[in-house]
Structures are given as structure tokens and as C-alpha cells.
Design a protein around this ligand. Structure first.
Ligand code: GLU
Length: 479
């Protein structure tokens, strides 16, 4: 039997790193088992749906390197893959349950339900739907209809036994029947099914074998199991992945803006998808051993659900950043160029060739942990004359530094060609003329040309700037 897993986001916001990790675990396990990975959009919460969110999810998952075999865009034989396009399918199963006497219309108003809940809480009891509408007479129904009440459909959850299942990550889980809250809603008053109902129908019809999702869904699983039972279906295996924890050890709050949490933000900051993929795979899973960097194929080969951690995983932004710097170093600068170009202004890139920009990137590539640091870090290349920073200024105030700069200027002025080969002897000459070497030789030149004592390789920087601009900069300092 083919293993089939799915990621089923609700399009209510941006792709969160938690969601991306869930998608990734499902994808990795499906591929590890030689099975299928499906993308399904669960948009039954109409009020919370956000325009274009589903497309953005797909775009960001795709960017990350997750590939689905079936989904809204690529289709597949179990489609449609968007809940609201499957309403007639759900209606059919509502009828099946009604025929079995396991579903009924409930006309209780929200206020009545809330009052019931409050009364239970006041008595210290677990709130539970009373079953008020289980056996309405035709007259009662027409009275409610005449009042203009719109019914919901409830599932008759008449079970008084504990429910248990073997969670793929947490082991045996047991639920008291009282915790279920009684007969639960499967179709809302607007005629749209609830998540629990749609999800169960879809997982079954799409032949999902393993449901791997966030811990926040554990309490939904017993309800879904009851639906499987009622419909006479074999449930899939369930596994619930632990929370992602913030630095304070508490569940990462999506509202905490001090922590970058959305995939597209990482993309915009210049994280490489390979880095985020690698990092998220290790967020709550580990293959054992010391290896930290894994490419996609290695992760697919190693990923099993029994090594997913039961406890929460700390989100460590510094480690992610460190991983990204590793992946940035490994890339060809030419591959980074299209990612860097959108970060630069038209003014900055005007008249610069791709070769020039590629060399500029490669000068800084080792020094950055995200691409959006580049424009600022390498800004001195885009101006005619850079502003000297304080350190550079005080260095250039020294007599000996000035001698070096003047001697260097003379040599630069007189050299006919401007390549690494020609620049090296210039330094030699300046050294013998001034008696300065090492730092005392390089620092004044760097300060004068780049405006700072820190920066990338000096020879390569000089060549990239070009002889004319180097001269202009030296002259401005000498003045
Ligand atoms: N639509 C649910 C969510 O976004 C998915 C739950 C599930 O995977 O069953 O949380």
C-alpha cells in the first residue's frame, strides 16, 4: 500500500515556520517511504480566510523546496483539493450519517449554548452540549424555522467509553468521553462543514495513511475517530508534533514581532531555502549523530517519525542564521546575484555589469549571514567617495599614514594596467619607499580608499573599484 501524507493548511494568514515544519515532516516521511505528499487547502472557516493566502502558502512551500504530488494547482485523482470545492461531497456524508441516525439538526442559538456552557463551568463541570435538539418533534422544528433560526448539524457522539489511539510520536493516548463536549457540530449554520468533519471525509477519500500535524490538534483526533467509526472507515495513523517554543520556553506566539516567524520574511531577508529546510527538519527531529548539515536527499533518506521528539523544540534564530551563513558561503556568487539584485536600488546598480556585481557579492559572501546585509555592508562601492568613519579618519590624521597614502597615490597614477599582477608590485614599491609593511601599509590605504579599516580583501576591492575611482578617492583624502 502506498503511504500518503498531506499538509492541510487553512488559508488564514502567512506560512508560519511551525506550519512549514509540519509540511516538511509530512513531505520527508512520504518521500522516505516512497509515497505521495498532498497539499490540501482547508478553507471551511469562511470568515477567517484571507484572499490569496492559499497561493502564498503554495508559493512559499515551493520556495522552501517542498514538492507536492497532488494539490490545488497540480490536480490529482482525488481532487478537488480545496475544501469549499468539495461541499457536495460533504453533503453526501451528512446524509449518510442522518440515515444512520447519527446526525441531526440543532436549532439552539449561540446564546443558549453559551448559557449552558457557563452553567456547567459555574458548577465546576466540563461543558458539554446537553443534546437538547436530539429528538425534536416536527412541530418544534417548524416553530424554530418560523423564528428564522438556522440550524447546525450535530454528530450524535453517544459514546461513553474512553477513546484511545496510538500516536506515532507520543505513544498511547487516552481520552475520557466527558472531554469531548458531547454531540459536536459537523455543519455550521451557513451550511459549511466544520474542520473536523471535512478533514475526516477528505483524509479518508484521499486515502491518507498518516496524519502528522501540530499538537494543537490532539483534542480533535478523538472526534475524528468517532466519525471514522460512525462511517465504518479505517482511520489513518495519527502523529502529533510538539510545539515550537520561544526563547522564554513558552509556545512561540505568532504575535511576538521580536522573532521572525514567517517563511516569506526569511526569504525576503535573504535566507536560502536550503538553510531553512535543513534547520526546520532538525527542529524537533534528529537522526542521531553529529552531522548538522543535510541536503534534501540526505534528509529524505534519514527521516523517520519515531525520531521526532516528544518534547517542544526551542526555536533558535541564531542557529538558523549560522546555518544560513554556511549555505551562503557554499553558493556560487553568480547564483546569489538574482537574489541580491532586488535588494539594490536602481541608482546603485546603474551601469554595473552582472560580472561586476557578482564579484562584489563574492567579496562579501563570507561575511554575511543573510543577503539583505549586503547592500549596507558593501555600500562603499556604490558611492563616488565614501565617508570616512571615525577610525579611518583618525588613522589618516597620522603623518605616517599620510606618507603611505601619498606614495600609493603616485604609484596608482603611474601604472598603466590595473590587475592583481600590477597592483602587487605597487604595494612593494610603497613598502620600500615608506618603510611600512603589513598592517601599517594596508590599513592607511584601506582607510583612504574604502573609508573604513574593516572590509573585504583589499586587492580585489581595488580592482573592482577600478583605477580611476581609486585615484579619485585617494586624491580626496590627500586634499
Ligand atoms: N487546517 C488545519 C490547520 O491549518 C490542519 C489540521 C490537520 O492537519 O488536520 O491547522
Amino acid at each position: 500500500m502506498t503511504v500518503r501524507l498531506r499538509y492541510a493548511p487553512s488559508p488564514t494568514g502567512h506560512l508560519h515556520i511551525g506550519g512549514a515544519r509540519t509540511a516538511l515532516f509530512n513531505y520527508l516521511y512520504a518521500k522516505h517511504m516512497g509515497g505521495d505528499f498532498i497539499l490540501r487547502i482547508e478553507d471551511t472557516d469562511l470568515e477567517r480566510n484571507i484572499d490569496r493566502a492559499a497561493d502564498e502558502f503554495a508559493k512559499n512551500l515551493g520556495w522552501l523546496g517542498i514538492v507536492w504530488d497532488e494539490g490545488p494547482d497540480v490536480g490529482g485523482k482525488f481532487g478537488p483539493y480545496i475544501s469549499t470545492e468539495r461541499l457536495s461531497i460533504y453533503e453526501h456524508y451528512v446524509e449518510v450519517l442522518k440515515e444512520k441516525g447519527l446526525a441531526y439538526h440543532c436549532y439552539c442559538s449561540e446564546e443558549e449554548i453559551a448559557a449552558e456552557r457557563d452553567a456547567a463551568m459555574a458548577k465546576g463541570e466540563v461543558p458539554r452540549y446537553s443534546g437538547h435538539c436530539r429528538h425534536l418533534t416536527a412541530t418544534q422544528i417548524s416553530e424554530y424555522e418560523a423564528m428564522g433560526r438556522k440550524p447546525v448539524v450535530r454528530f450524535l457522539a453517544a459514546n461513553d467509553q474512553e477513546l484511545r489511539f496510538h500516536d506515532l510520536i507520543r505513544g498511547e493516548l487516552v481520552f475520557e468521553p466527558s472531554g469531548l463536549g458531547g454531540d459536536f457540530v459537523i455543519v455550521k449554520s451557513n451550511g459549511i462543514p466544520t474542520y473536523n468533519f471535512a478533514c475526516t471525509i477528505d483524509d479518508h477519500l484521499m486515502e491518507i495513511t498518516h496524519v502528522v500535524r501540530g499538537e494543537e490538534h490532539i483534542s480533535n483526533t478523538p472526534r475524528q475517530l468517532l466519525l471514522y467509526q460512525a462511517l465504518g472507515w479505517e482511520p489513518p495513523h495519527f502523529g502529533h508534533v510538539s510545539l515550537i517554543l520561544g526563547p522564554n520556553g513558552k509556545k512561540l506566539s505568532k504575535r511576538d514581532e521580536s522573532i521572525v516567524q514567517f517563511v516569506e520574511q526569511y526569504r525576503d531577508m535573504g535566507y536560502l531555502p536550503e538553510a531553512l529546510f535543513n534547520y526546520l527538519a532538525l527542529l524537533g527531529w534528529s537522526p542521531g549523530g553529529e552531522q548538522e548539515f543535510f541536503n534534501k536527499d540526505e534528509l529524505i533518506a534519514a527521516f523517520t517519525l519515531d525520531r521526532v521528539h516528544k518534547s517542544g523544540a526551542f526555536f533558535d534564530a541564531a542557529r538558523l542564521s549560522w546555518m544560513n551563513s554556511h549555505y551562503l558561503k557554499q553558493q556560487d556568487a553568480a547564483n546569489l546575484l538574482p537574489l541580491v539584485q532586488p535588494l539594490l536600488t536602481d541608482d546603485q546598480v546603474q551601469g554595473l555589469s552582472n560580472e561586476w556585481l557578482t564579484e562584489w557579492i563574492s567579496l562579501y559572501q563570507e561575511k554575511i549571514s543573510q543577503l539583505d546585509e549586503l547592500p549596507q555592508m558593501g555600500a562603499s562601492f556604490f558611492v563616488e567617495i565614501p565617508k570616512l568613519d571615525e577610525e579611518a579618519n583618525s588613522m589618516l590624521n597620522q603623518e605616517t599614514a599620510q606618507q603611505v597614502v601619498k606614495s600609493f597615490h603616485e604609484q596608482v597614477k603611474n601604472t598603466a594596467l590595473w590587475t592583481e599582477e600590477h597592483i602587487k608590485p605597487i604595494f612593494k614599491t610603497v613598502q620600500s619607499e615608506t618603510g611600512k609593511k603589513g598592517k601599517d601599509l594596508f590599513m592607511p590605504i584601506r582607510a583612504a580608499v574604502m573609508g573604513s579599516l574593516h572590509g573585504p580583501d583589499l586587492h580585489r576591492s581595488l580592482i573592482l573599484l577600478g583605477q580611476a575611482r581609486v585615484l579619485t578617492r585617494l586624491e580626496s583624502v590627500i586634499k
